[in-house]
Design a protein around this ligand. Structure first.
Ligand SMILES: Nc1ncnc2c1ncn2[C@@H]1O[C@H](COP(=O)(O)OP(=O)(O)OP(=O)(O)O)[C@@H](O)[C@H]1O
Length: 260
Protein backbone atom coordinates (compact mmCIF):
# COMPACT_ATOMS: atom_id res chain seq x y z
CA UNK A 1 0.00 0.00 0.00
CA UNK A 2 1.18 3.53 -0.67
CA UNK A 3 2.09 5.93 2.17
CA UNK A 4 -0.94 6.78 4.35
CA UNK A 5 -2.37 10.17 3.59
CA UNK A 6 -5.16 9.66 6.08
CA UNK A 7 -4.91 7.43 9.10
CA UNK A 8 -7.59 6.82 11.71
CA UNK A 9 -6.55 4.95 14.83
CA UNK A 10 -9.09 3.63 17.30
CA UNK A 11 -11.42 6.51 16.57
CA UNK A 12 -14.53 6.63 18.73
CA UNK A 13 -17.29 9.18 19.01
CA UNK A 14 -20.16 9.21 21.46
CA UNK A 15 -23.26 11.35 21.40
CA UNK A 16 -24.71 11.05 24.89
CA UNK A 17 -25.50 7.36 25.24
CA UNK A 18 -24.97 6.55 21.54
CA UNK A 19 -21.59 5.34 20.33
CA UNK A 20 -21.85 6.30 16.67
CA UNK A 21 -18.33 5.13 15.73
CA UNK A 22 -16.24 2.77 17.84
CA UNK A 23 -12.51 1.98 17.62
CA UNK A 24 -12.31 2.68 13.92
CA UNK A 25 -8.97 2.01 12.24
CA UNK A 26 -8.77 3.10 8.63
CA UNK A 27 -6.05 4.14 6.17
CA UNK A 28 -6.22 5.88 2.86
CA UNK A 29 -2.99 6.04 0.89
CA UNK A 30 -2.06 8.78 -1.56
CA UNK A 31 -4.01 8.40 -4.80
CA UNK A 32 -6.01 5.46 -3.48
CA UNK A 33 -9.71 5.04 -4.12
CA UNK A 34 -11.21 3.56 -0.97
CA UNK A 35 -14.81 2.69 -0.15
CA UNK A 36 -16.63 3.04 3.18
CA UNK A 37 -19.90 1.16 3.27
CA UNK A 38 -22.41 -0.10 5.81
CA UNK A 39 -26.13 -0.27 6.48
CA UNK A 40 -28.11 2.86 7.37
CA UNK A 41 -26.94 4.42 10.62
CA UNK A 42 -23.63 2.50 10.60
CA UNK A 43 -21.60 5.68 11.18
CA UNK A 44 -20.28 6.53 7.72
CA UNK A 45 -21.30 10.19 7.62
CA UNK A 46 -20.17 10.58 11.23
CA UNK A 47 -16.76 9.26 10.17
CA UNK A 48 -16.68 11.89 7.39
CA UNK A 49 -17.65 14.56 9.89
CA UNK A 50 -14.72 13.59 12.12
CA UNK A 51 -12.25 13.47 9.22
CA UNK A 52 -13.32 16.95 8.09
CA UNK A 53 -13.19 18.40 11.61
CA UNK A 54 -16.94 18.98 11.98
CA UNK A 55 -16.92 16.60 14.95
CA UNK A 56 -14.02 15.88 17.27
CA UNK A 57 -13.59 12.21 18.20
CA UNK A 58 -14.26 11.32 21.83
CA UNK A 59 -11.07 9.24 21.68
CA UNK A 60 -8.56 7.95 19.16
CA UNK A 61 -6.50 9.86 16.63
CA UNK A 62 -6.77 11.09 13.06
CA UNK A 63 -3.66 11.98 11.08
CA UNK A 64 -3.77 13.72 7.74
CA UNK A 65 -0.60 14.17 5.68
CA UNK A 66 1.45 13.30 8.74
CA UNK A 67 -0.22 15.76 11.11
CA UNK A 68 -2.86 15.29 13.77
CA UNK A 69 -6.23 16.86 12.99
CA UNK A 70 -7.10 17.15 16.68
CA UNK A 71 -8.87 20.44 17.38
CA UNK A 72 -8.33 21.65 13.80
CA UNK A 73 -11.30 23.51 12.32
CA UNK A 74 -12.94 22.36 9.05
CA UNK A 75 -11.76 25.39 7.04
CA UNK A 76 -8.18 24.79 8.12
CA UNK A 77 -8.42 21.11 7.14
CA UNK A 78 -9.79 22.28 3.81
CA UNK A 79 -6.67 24.44 3.37
CA UNK A 80 -4.55 21.42 4.28
CA UNK A 81 -6.20 19.42 1.51
CA UNK A 82 -9.39 17.69 2.68
CA UNK A 83 -12.48 18.38 0.62
CA UNK A 84 -15.93 16.79 0.58
CA UNK A 85 -19.33 16.59 -1.01
CA UNK A 86 -22.57 16.03 0.89
CA UNK A 87 -25.40 13.47 0.81
CA UNK A 88 -27.81 16.28 0.01
CA UNK A 89 -26.57 18.55 -2.72
CA UNK A 90 -25.34 21.79 -1.19
CA UNK A 91 -24.82 24.04 -4.16
CA UNK A 92 -25.64 27.71 -3.91
CA UNK A 93 -28.83 27.45 -5.90
CA UNK A 94 -29.18 31.20 -6.47
CA UNK A 95 -25.66 31.53 -7.86
CA UNK A 96 -24.44 30.82 -11.34
CA UNK A 97 -22.45 27.68 -12.05
CA UNK A 98 -19.29 29.78 -12.44
CA UNK A 99 -19.88 31.62 -9.16
CA UNK A 100 -20.41 28.33 -7.36
CA UNK A 101 -16.91 27.25 -8.35
CA UNK A 102 -15.41 30.72 -7.92
CA UNK A 103 -16.73 30.97 -4.37
CA UNK A 104 -15.21 27.62 -3.48
CA UNK A 105 -11.84 28.76 -4.85
CA UNK A 106 -11.95 32.07 -3.05
CA UNK A 107 -12.85 30.38 0.19
CA UNK A 108 -9.39 28.95 0.00
CA UNK A 109 -7.51 32.13 -0.72
CA UNK A 110 -6.10 34.48 1.86
CA UNK A 111 -7.25 37.65 0.17
CA UNK A 112 -6.36 40.88 1.84
CA UNK A 113 -9.37 42.83 3.03
CA UNK A 114 -7.75 46.07 1.97
CA UNK A 115 -7.51 44.83 -1.64
CA UNK A 116 -11.15 43.84 -1.61
CA UNK A 117 -12.22 47.16 -0.16
CA UNK A 118 -10.41 49.40 -2.54
CA UNK A 119 -10.84 46.98 -5.44
CA UNK A 120 -7.27 47.73 -6.38
CA UNK A 121 -5.06 46.19 -9.04
CA UNK A 122 -4.09 43.17 -6.94
CA UNK A 123 -7.72 42.43 -6.21
CA UNK A 124 -8.67 42.65 -9.88
CA UNK A 125 -5.78 40.43 -10.92
CA UNK A 126 -6.72 37.82 -8.36
CA UNK A 127 -10.37 38.01 -9.47
CA UNK A 128 -9.55 37.44 -13.09
CA UNK A 129 -7.14 34.60 -12.32
CA UNK A 130 -9.77 32.91 -10.15
CA UNK A 131 -12.36 33.28 -12.90
CA UNK A 132 -10.00 31.76 -15.46
CA UNK A 133 -9.14 28.85 -13.16
CA UNK A 134 -12.84 28.27 -12.45
CA UNK A 135 -13.65 28.25 -16.17
CA UNK A 136 -10.75 25.87 -16.87
CA UNK A 137 -12.06 23.51 -14.21
CA UNK A 138 -15.60 23.69 -15.59
CA UNK A 139 -14.24 22.95 -19.07
CA UNK A 140 -12.57 19.75 -17.90
CA UNK A 141 -16.01 18.54 -16.76
CA UNK A 142 -17.87 19.88 -19.81
CA UNK A 143 -19.85 22.24 -17.61
CA UNK A 144 -18.42 25.46 -19.04
CA UNK A 145 -21.37 25.88 -21.43
CA UNK A 146 -23.58 26.24 -18.33
CA UNK A 147 -21.32 28.79 -16.63
CA UNK A 148 -24.00 31.51 -16.66
CA UNK A 149 -26.91 29.25 -15.62
CA UNK A 150 -28.16 29.08 -12.07
CA UNK A 151 -26.84 26.05 -10.20
CA UNK A 152 -30.35 24.82 -9.44
CA UNK A 153 -31.37 24.89 -13.11
CA UNK A 154 -28.93 22.12 -14.07
CA UNK A 155 -30.15 18.55 -14.53
CA UNK A 156 -29.70 16.48 -11.37
CA UNK A 157 -26.68 14.52 -12.63
CA UNK A 158 -24.94 17.76 -13.63
CA UNK A 159 -25.64 19.30 -10.20
CA UNK A 160 -23.90 16.31 -8.63
CA UNK A 161 -20.96 16.78 -11.03
CA UNK A 162 -20.83 20.47 -10.19
CA UNK A 163 -20.62 19.57 -6.51
CA UNK A 164 -17.56 17.47 -7.26
CA UNK A 165 -16.06 20.33 -9.30
CA UNK A 166 -16.66 22.69 -6.36
CA UNK A 167 -14.93 20.24 -4.04
CA UNK A 168 -11.97 20.06 -6.44
CA UNK A 169 -11.73 23.85 -6.58
CA UNK A 170 -9.95 23.85 -3.24
CA UNK A 171 -7.19 21.68 -4.76
CA UNK A 172 -7.58 18.80 -2.31
CA UNK A 173 -5.25 15.89 -1.69
CA UNK A 174 -8.18 13.86 -0.36
CA UNK A 175 -11.73 14.02 -1.67
CA UNK A 176 -14.55 12.59 0.43
CA UNK A 177 -17.67 11.74 -1.55
CA UNK A 178 -20.83 11.13 0.49
CA UNK A 179 -23.31 9.07 -1.53
CA UNK A 180 -22.65 10.74 -4.87
CA UNK A 181 -24.86 8.22 -6.73
CA UNK A 182 -27.95 8.94 -4.60
CA UNK A 183 -30.91 9.73 -6.82
CA UNK A 184 -29.09 8.91 -10.03
CA UNK A 185 -30.43 6.69 -12.79
CA UNK A 186 -28.32 3.76 -14.09
CA UNK A 187 -26.83 5.79 -16.96
CA UNK A 188 -25.87 8.64 -14.62
CA UNK A 189 -24.34 6.10 -12.20
CA UNK A 190 -22.22 4.65 -14.97
CA UNK A 191 -21.06 8.15 -15.90
CA UNK A 192 -20.36 8.91 -12.24
CA UNK A 193 -18.09 5.86 -11.95
CA UNK A 194 -16.13 7.02 -14.97
CA UNK A 195 -16.01 10.55 -13.54
CA UNK A 196 -14.63 9.42 -10.17
CA UNK A 197 -11.92 7.33 -11.86
CA UNK A 198 -11.12 10.27 -14.12
CA UNK A 199 -10.92 12.73 -11.19
CA UNK A 200 -8.61 10.47 -9.22
CA UNK A 201 -6.33 9.95 -12.17
CA UNK A 202 -6.32 13.50 -13.56
CA UNK A 203 -5.83 15.28 -10.23
CA UNK A 204 -3.76 12.50 -8.66
CA UNK A 205 -5.76 12.60 -5.44
CA UNK A 206 -7.06 10.08 -2.97
CA UNK A 207 -10.80 9.46 -2.84
CA UNK A 208 -12.82 8.07 0.07
CA UNK A 209 -16.26 7.06 -1.13
CA UNK A 210 -19.36 6.48 0.97
CA UNK A 211 -21.97 4.90 -1.22
CA UNK A 212 -24.98 2.60 -0.90
CA UNK A 213 -24.93 1.50 -4.50
CA UNK A 214 -22.87 -1.69 -4.44
CA UNK A 215 -22.31 -1.73 -8.17
CA UNK A 216 -20.65 1.69 -7.97
CA UNK A 217 -18.54 0.82 -4.89
CA UNK A 218 -17.48 -2.60 -6.12
CA UNK A 219 -16.84 -1.25 -9.60
CA UNK A 220 -14.29 1.43 -8.70
CA UNK A 221 -12.82 0.96 -5.21
CA UNK A 222 -9.46 -0.67 -4.63
CA UNK A 223 -10.30 -1.53 -1.04
CA UNK A 224 -13.49 -1.29 0.96
CA UNK A 225 -14.10 -0.78 4.69
CA UNK A 226 -17.38 -2.03 6.09
CA UNK A 227 -19.04 -0.52 9.15
CA UNK A 228 -21.90 -1.97 11.16
CA UNK A 229 -23.27 -0.23 14.24
CA UNK A 230 -20.20 2.03 14.26
CA UNK A 231 -17.66 -0.80 14.21
CA UNK A 232 -15.53 -1.95 11.34
CA UNK A 233 -16.50 -5.52 10.54
CA UNK A 234 -14.46 -6.05 7.37
CA UNK A 235 -11.86 -4.59 5.06
CA UNK A 236 -10.68 -5.95 1.74
CA UNK A 237 -10.84 -5.91 -2.01
CA UNK A 238 -14.27 -5.84 -3.66
CA UNK A 239 -14.07 -9.62 -4.23
CA UNK A 240 -13.15 -10.27 -0.59
CA UNK A 241 -15.96 -8.01 0.65
CA UNK A 242 -18.54 -9.57 -1.65
CA UNK A 243 -17.72 -13.02 -0.26
CA UNK A 244 -17.39 -12.01 3.41
CA UNK A 245 -20.07 -13.74 5.53
CA UNK A 246 -20.08 -10.90 8.12
CA UNK A 247 -20.81 -8.37 5.40
CA UNK A 248 -23.55 -10.50 3.87
CA UNK A 249 -25.12 -10.91 7.33
CA UNK A 250 -24.88 -7.18 8.04
CA UNK A 251 -26.84 -6.41 4.93
CA UNK A 252 -29.52 -9.07 5.51
CA UNK A 253 -32.82 -7.41 6.11
CA UNK A 254 -31.58 -4.17 4.64
CA UNK A 255 -32.49 -3.25 1.15
CA UNK A 256 -29.15 -2.98 -0.59
CA UNK A 257 -29.34 -0.98 -3.74
CA UNK A 258 -27.73 -3.36 -6.19
CA UNK A 259 -29.41 -1.44 -8.95
CA UNK A 260 -27.71 -3.28 -11.32
N1 LIG B 1 -25.07 14.80 16.10
C1 LIG B 1 -25.56 13.63 16.47
N2 LIG B 1 -26.20 13.47 17.65
C2 LIG B 1 -26.68 12.27 18.04
N3 LIG B 1 -26.58 11.14 17.30
C3 LIG B 1 -25.95 11.24 16.12
C4 LIG B 1 -25.41 12.46 15.63
N4 LIG B 1 -24.83 12.24 14.42
C5 LIG B 1 -25.01 10.94 14.16
N5 LIG B 1 -25.68 10.33 15.17
C6 LIG B 1 -26.03 8.92 15.26
O1 LIG B 1 -24.89 8.18 14.89
C7 LIG B 1 -25.28 7.00 14.19
C8 LIG B 1 -24.57 6.94 12.87
O2 LIG B 1 -25.17 7.89 11.98
P1 LIG B 1 -24.56 8.23 10.54
O3 LIG B 1 -25.40 9.30 9.96
O4 LIG B 1 -23.11 8.49 10.66
O5 LIG B 1 -24.79 6.87 9.77
P2 LIG B 1 -24.59 6.55 8.24
O6 LIG B 1 -23.84 5.27 8.17
O7 LIG B 1 -24.01 7.71 7.53
O8 LIG B 1 -26.10 6.32 7.78
P3 LIG B 1 -26.84 6.56 6.37
O9 LIG B 1 -26.31 5.52 5.45
O10 LIG B 1 -28.27 6.33 6.71
O11 LIG B 1 -26.53 7.96 5.94
C9 LIG B 1 -26.79 7.04 14.09
O12 LIG B 1 -27.33 6.26 15.14
C10 LIG B 1 -27.11 8.50 14.27
O13 LIG B 1 -28.39 8.69 14.77
Amino acid sequence: MSAPLLELEKVTIKFGGITAVCDLDMRVGERELIGLIGPNGAGKTTAFNMITGVYQPTSGSIQFAGKSTKGVKPHVLSLRGISRTFQNIRLFSQMTVLDNVRTAMQGNRAQRVRDALIRGKVFREVESRVEQEAMDLLKIFHLDRFHDSMGKSLPYGDQRRLEIVRALATKPKLLLLDEPAAGMNPTEKQQLMELIRFVQDKFQIAVLLVEHDMKVVMGICQRINVLEYGRKIAEGTPDEIRANPKVIAAYLGEEVDHDA
